[in-house]
Design a protein around this ligand. Structure first.
Ligand code: ATP
Ligand SMILES: O=C(O)[C@@H](O)C(=O)CO
Length: 428
């Protein structure tokens, strides 16, 4: 990759929608940012940037693999000059007791020699706040939110000090809101106190963006942090306010219109996505895939393509595998959780590949794992960040082999009720 100057901030995202969420936040805060898919190859030409977000699909894979891929990304980012690396995780802390947040954090911490790592998934703009180490999703604790029914990593404990401690080799402490409110020096003092006790990570409370600005100022003086877009916002604002980065226009690259047929693919089973699909039915044709047929080898992808192709000239279409928590649980009981998730993701990738061969140039994908499978299949090496569709979801312009394509990769829980039509209105 041609990067003329050294980068100021390196980021490793554990899924592709999370990466575009972070790239969007950094761009809006004035950092020139690109999102790459994996560690970019040397021949990928990209503009000069302040931040690179390396997207991995490492949230739900075996922990050892997540560690080795994250370490490779970290090494590449630091070799391009990044003195601070943010490991971007989900704002709902999606993970299991086996990882992958803890194992990746432990490995990156060992590699850079960090004392106590600041960890927070807070992202107030989307209703994620952390108080006394407990994560709230809107008005309810994480374990009472729809995340308790997530198809891959149901979240049953809102106390992140406990959750992270179960996944990590190090002890986990807390920097509470009262300390954050006293300012950056108070946070530094508390972190030093924890590090002196041999505590290697601290969940830090944050309720408002101003808390994240304090956290960003402290984190920028360290080598590693772990969190969602909120800490990205804090880091970006700290880099700009301390003059380390000159703020760029915060609008994102819109570029020329690409035109051509448009399609939406939904693999997320989140409550937000289910509602968005229901609303889309009023404005575009929607096909609901039959997950059992996918699992039993019937050619469900072919059925979807036969349905979609004649409709594409008329306007956008939406193809969804999404189902309610009860339906997901029943399918998983019949076929196994991982087998079901993988087979559906690969069917979505098959459909995306054929749609693009049929001329689709504007593609909206809902769900992080689903987006990962689709983008990998399309072999897109990276994205420039365009206008914001909804908090955490920008329009993306493919670089390199993707040619002239616009995508939107929507995190399952993000976006307003009319997300699919909102996205297509901005993807011209
Ligand atoms: N009907 C279904 N039954 C069971 N699993 C499904 C069904 N439809 C999709 N899935 C699987 O559920 C998982 C959804 O994960 P995905 O990351 O795509 O969405 P999400 O978790 O809501 O999004 P995000 O990670 O951005 O929050 C995928 O593995 C997908 O293949
Ligand atoms: O932080 C979030 O919630 C999202 O960016 C995400 O990672 C969902 O996959």
């Amino acid at each position: 990759m041609t990067l003329a100057a050294k980068i100021s901030l390196g980021c490793i995202a554990d899924d592709y929608t999370g990466a575009s969420d972070l790239a969007n936040t950094l761009t809006r805060a004035g950092l020139r940012t690109v999102q790459t898919i994996g560690v970019p190859s040397d021949d990928l030409a990209l503009p000069e940037v302040d931040a690179v977000v390396v997207s991995l699909k490492s949230r739900s894979i075996e922990a050892g693999l997540a560690v080795s891929r994250s370490r490779a990304a970290d090494k590449w980012l630091r070799s391009r000059g990044a003195s601070h690396v943010l490991f971007k995780i989900c704002s709902t802390f999606d993970s299991t007791d086996a990882g992958n947040i803890g194992p990746v954090m432990d490995a990156l911490r060992a590699d850079c020699g960090e004392g106590a790592v600041l960890v927070t998934p807070a992202f107030p703009e989307t209703g994620r706040t952390v108080y006394q180490g407990n994560l709230f999703v809107g008005a309810v604790p994480l374990n009472e939110s729809p995340l308790k029914d997530h198809p891959l990593n149901p979240m049953h404990d809102s106390n992140l000090v406990r959750v992270l401690a179960r996944q990590s080799k190090t002890q986990v402490g807390l920097v509470d809101l009262a300390t954050v409110t006293r300012g950056a020096d108070a946070v530094r003092a508390r972190l030093a106190e924890l590090a002196a006790k041999g505590i290697g990570a601290a969940i830090i409370d944050a309720v408002f963006d101003r808390d994240l600005e304090t956290i960003g100022l402290v984190a920028a003086g360290h080598r590693l942090s772990v969190g969602a877009s909120g800490i990205g916002l804090g880091l970006a604002r700290a880099l700009v306010s301390t003059g380390k980065v000159k703020s760029a226009a915060a609008g994102g690259e819109t570029g020329a219109a690409v035109g051509g047929p448009a399609a939406c693919l939904a693999g997320s089973c989140s409550q937000a996505t289910l509602q968005q699909i229901a609303n889309a039915e009023r404005v575009m044709p929607v096909l609901h895939l039959d997950p059992d047929r996918i699992l039993t080898g019937a050619s469900e992808a072919q059925r979807a393509l036969d349905w979609a192709r004649p409709r594409l000239a008329e306007g956008p279409v939406l193809i969804a595998s999404s189902a309610t928590p009860n339906q997901v649980a029943a399918l998983q009981a019949r076929h196994g959780r991982d087998a079901a998730g993988h087979a559906i993701e690969q069917t979505m990738a098959d459909i995306a590949e054929s749609l693009v061969k049929s001329g689709v140039r504007r593609l909206v994908v809902a769900g992080g794992e689903t987006s990962g499978a689709v983008v990998d299949r399309l072999k897109i090496p990276g994205f420039l960040v365009g206008v914001e569709i909804a908090a955490g979801v920008p329009v993306l312009r493919a670089v390199g082999a993707g040619g002239d394509m616009l995508l939107a990769l929507k995190s399952g829980n993000f976006g307003g009720a009319e997300f699919f039509s909102d996205a297509l209105t901005l993807m011209r």
